[in-house]
Design a protein around this ligand. Structure first.
Ligand SMILES: [Fe+2]
Length: 367
């Protein structure tokens, strides 16, 4: 006679053979993991993200980027970059090759002195946060707008905007690339097109400069005579302005707020995040100070621009120097500690707007 266990096993197998499963073997908070189909139940008390916290050291990444630079030209590579892969995602096809989180991509990209990266556009949104910039002109052209890049600048290349990169400076340029490509790929919504294929040349004509872009959109005012862009029209957020704002706010306050002095980069058209899928922020953590313990449903990526700090989770801590990168997955409790005698300015980006759009955003500050 067949035992109860055998009967169940047989039926579960029959379900799988018919491309079906059932709550008990996938979702059930107590039993699901016993059946070997999922590592952990889908329904857990609190989020148990498939992404793990992790840190990447800038100097190690930079060395490998230059090794790539020795064997790959920008012509051949289109974009020469080192992509950050979250170790926990390696087992997932595709995500394991490109993603720092299931929603977000991160890479560091090199355009050497004299090189150009040809123009293209795609449905994923992208930004660059400039890590190393040469004297002279290294710039990105976005829909005809030339944006000269300096260390700490944030440059947007929104969904479907044509963009190319040119380095006419006296040294190399390196930046952090942030994209929502993993999410867009999962949703089945990737479109990509080379400028050359459409216009028979690889670079766009320049129709405007970064100064004109800032004059039009960078002062809390909008040109009333211009049609609204469907995306953030302010393509460049210079570091000098961001830094000045942070320092001014700190100097006019007698106590650091719970998460540090945090500024969000916003679209001047609507006051919302730079992209519908990604938020970017910059914060100052004063010398010898720390944040409260923070928990949020977002994958957040931190990178110091000036100074050093430690991102401390319950079981692990990441000491971050300038340009080092760390990720904190959703709902993991963390605090940012600055043990040094110098203020730390920390850039971050996350998928917070996705959680907000679907009513899944939760935030908690613990003592
Ligand atoms: Fe691109």
């Amino acid at each position: 006679m067949q035992s109860e266990t055998d009967k169940r096993k047989k039926l579960f197998q029959e379900l799988l053979d018919n491309n079906l499963t059932t709550f008990l073997i996938t979702f059930h908070p107590k039993y699901a993991q016993n059946f070997g189909l999922v590592d952990k139940p889908v329904f857990t008390d609190v989020p148990t993200p498939i992404t793990e916290p992790f840190k990447w050291d800038y100097n190690s990444m930079r060395k490998l980027l230059y090794k790539l630079g020795d064997i790959l030209s920008t012509d051949e590579a289109e974009r020469r970059q080192v992509q950050l892969v979250n170790p926990s995602l390696k087992k997932f096809p595709y995500l394991g090759a490109i993603a720092i989180s299931p929603t977000i991509f991160a890479a560091i990209q090199l355009v050497k002195k004299g090189e150009v990266a040809p123009s293209h556009h795609h449905s994923p949104n992208a930004f660059r946060f400039i890590l190393e910039a040469p004297e002279g002109r290294a710039y990105t052209v976005v829909n005809g707008k030339r944006l000269i890049m300096h260390r700490g600048d944030l440059v947007l290349t929104p969904s479907y905007a044509w963009h190319d990169h040119r380095n006419e400076g006296n040294g190399d340029v390196i930046w952090l690339d942030g994209l929502d490509a993993p999410l867009v790929w999962y949703l089945g919504a990737i479109f990509f097109e080379d400028y050359f294929k459409k216009y028979n040349k690889s670079l766009q004509d320049i129709t405007e400069t970064e100064k004109e872009n800032l004059l039009k959109y960078g002062d809390g005012m909008l040109p009333d005579f211009e049609k609204e862009d469907s995306y953030d029209p302010l393509y460049i957020y210079p570091y000098g302005r961001a830094r000045e704002t942070l320092i001014r706010i700190k100097e006019n306050s007698n106590k650091m707020p719970e998460e540090g002095y945090v500024m969000r980069y916003v679209n001047p058209n609507n006051g919302k995040d730079i992209f519908q899928t990604m938020a970017a922020k910059i914060r100052l953590i004063s010398a010898r100070n720390k944040t409260k313990k923070i928990q949020k449903t977002e994958h957040i990526i931190f990178m110091p621009v000036e100074g050093e700090c430690t991102v401390k989770l319950d079981d692990v801590e990441y000491k971050l120097k300038e340009n080092d990168i760390a990720i904190v997955p959703p709902w993991r409790s963390y605090e940012i500690v600055n043990n040094s005698n110098k203020d730390c300015i920390l850039f971050s980006y996350s998928d917070e707007p996705i959680f907000k759009a679907f009513g899944l955003f939760r935030s908690q500050i613990n003592q």
